[in-house]
Design a protein around this ligand. Structure first.
Ligand code: ATP
Ligand code: MG
Ligand code: MG
Length: 377
């Protein structure tokens, strides 16, 4: 089997690594320059995208922001999983909100903004604490603006005046006073079977994921049921095939969907050590028509993103139950360079490994690590 992935970053790399034992070969499209590359070395292969599509049994994506002409070409081959519609819904917040409303899945109150003056109306309707999100191409908190009070409104409108909101509208969302953030990853097979990973708790800093803990502590069956029900509605709506991620805000005992990602997801990286079958392997299994693997967690796991730094000692590998996954990138502010997976039998045991790890890291780049270790201890 050959699989072609659109996008050639770390997610393609980790899909490749999980596919090798299954006898599946993976190559990738660099969507910036339309070349076909090896997902590990990133070396260009002597092949056009058309040739790669012919050679591939299955096509998939590592991220949702694939240019639409490429997606159309992929969809028309009849080999793309998940479908173009599912991918576009993850790529466009207007479509995403429409689907959530249609399926009656709880999400944050919002309005669509196609002209800056509509922000006044949004403040009147939703209140002065707002988060404005570009409907397309945002990730890691990029393409977002926050309003914390009415006084800051004129300046914000001035800032946004240069955007072409007719072409790329904004979503004005009510700032949700959430208790915490959770995500549910699941995988749906070609036959429509669904397997769920346990909910993960996600800690963000400046709009970017820093730490995930899975299974999330203090989850009752009612929360799991809400999350799985939202997931199932979405996955069935798209006749989805592959791994799908749904991000939630927990407010009391209610879950609101923040956004969906039609792909493997950073908050599922823990599954490489922490689950029987990783999200990457399960995605490859699903899209190639293989049986799904067990999604159960082995003990407790924490995933620590390495963001914007490379000045740590690889002596951290001497810690038991500590695994490093590097993406082979040069360092840049806010760039995800890799992640570290930690496991323990219990939360206090996991907390101990986290505290030990902190001694090996430039802690200013890991603002959530010790806080979270303290909470789990
Ligand atoms: P990702 O990298 O997850 O794709 P993104 O750029 O698409 O990120 P969101 O997930 O929409 O952005 O938002 C990033 C983070 O900002 C959220 O995880 C959350 O911490 C915060 N946030 C987003 N929307 C809201 C909201 N309505 N209320 C409160 N916080 C929010
Ligand atoms: Mg997103
Ligand atoms: Mg998000």
């Amino acid at each position: 089997m050959n699989v072609l992935i659109y996008g050639s970053g770390q997610l393609a790399q980790m899909m490749y690594l999980s596919a090798v034992p299954l006898g599946i070969k993976v190559f990738a499209v660099n969507v910036a320059d339309h070349t076909v590359v090896d997902p590990i070395s990133k070396i260009k292969l002597d092949m056009s995208i058309e040739q790669a599509i012919d050679l591939a049994d299955v096509l998939s994506v590592e991220f949702e922001h694939v240019p639409e002409d490429l997606l159309e070409q992929a969809q028309s081959s009849g080999k793309l999983y998940p479908s173009m519609e599912a991918i576009l819904t993850g790529a466009d917040r207007v479509r995403e909100k429409n689907v959530l409303e249609k399926l009656q899945i709880g999400n944050s109150k919002h309005q669509i903004i196609t002209h800056v003056d509509q922000i006044d109306e949004a403040v009147a309707q939703l209140g002065e604490k707002l988060i404005l999100k570009a409907s397309r191409d945002g990730y890691d908190g990029y393409g977002q603006w926050r309003l914390s009070n009415k006084q800051a409104l004129p300046e914000l409108k001035q800032q946004l005046a240069e955007l072409d909101l007719q072409t790329v509208p904004l979503i004005a969302e009510q700032m949700v006073p959430f208790d915490r953030e959770l995500s549910l990853l699941g995988v749906r097979s070609l036959q429509g079977d669904i397997a769920f990973y346990p909910l993960a708790e996600n800690l963000h800093y400046q709009g970017q994921l820093h730490v995930s803990v899975a299974p999330a502590p203090a989850i009752d069956s009612q929360l799991t049921e809400q999350a799985q029900s939202a997931f199932t509605k979405l996955a069935n709506e798209f006749d989805y095939v592959g791994v799908l991620a749904v991000e939630f805000f927990q407010v009391g005992d209610q879950l609101l969907v923040n956004e969906i990602a039609p792909r493997v997801h950073n908050s599922g990286h823990w599954s490489m050590q922490g689950a029987d079958t990783s999200q990457f392997e399960n995605h490859m299994r699903a899209i190639t028509g293989l049986p799904l693997g067990n999604t159960q967690a082995n003990g407790k796991c924490a995933m620590i993103n390495i963001i914007g730094c490379d000045d740590y000692s690889t002596d951290l590998l001497s810690i038991n139950n500590c695994h490093l996954h590097l993406y082979g990138k040069s360092v840049r502010a806010k760039r995800k360079m890799g992640h570290i997976n930690l496991t323990g039998q219990t939360y206090p045991e996991l907390a101990e490994v986290m505290t030990t790890l902190a001694k090996y890291l430039p802690i200013e780049h890991f603002p959530k690590l010790l806080d979270e270790a303290d909470k789990l201890a």
